[in-house]
Design a protein around this ligand. Structure first.
Ligand SMILES: [Zn+2]
Length: 123
């Protein structure tokens, strides 16, 4: 359901009163201009959709990879925690599993850092 024009104007006025900055980009859901909040978040004042603004197709890719890596790192960390907590003693087999998990986490972290750096340089 689309909000009425009055409702739209009212919500946009409210956003401006809060000191939010109106952006040239529009909301992908309702087409209203987006606002940047004082916290730096980009949000639609009318329907509340939160948006991550990226400058180009390539940056969209970087953002997706970044989110994906965050999930991978989270999964590796949880696995590491499970492995360590599940056994009472650290035998060689467990140590080598922990070691390869740590290696994987280290690799994911360094890829993640490079992606972030790449994203910043382009902005
Ligand atoms: Zn919207």
């Amino acid at each position: 359901m689309n909000p009425s024009e009055d409702e739209r104007s009212r919500k946009m006025a409210e956003a401006l009163l809060k000191g939010w900055k109106m952006l040239p980009e529009v909301c992908p859901v309702c087409g209203t201009p987006l606002f940047e909040t004082s916290g730096g978040e980009v949000i639609c004042a009318v329907c509340g959709t939160k948006v991550i603004l990226v400058g180009s197709e390539e940056e969209v890719g970087i953002e997706e990879q970044r989110l994906m890596l965050e999930r991978v790192m989270g999964a590796l960390m949880r696995q590491l925690e499970r492995e360590t907590l599940s056994s009472s003693e650290l035998d060689d087999e467990l140590l080598s599993r922990i070691n390869s998990l740590l290696n994987a986490i280290e690799k994911a972290t360094s890829i993640y850092r490079n992606l972030v750096r790449l994203g910043k340089r382009r902005r």
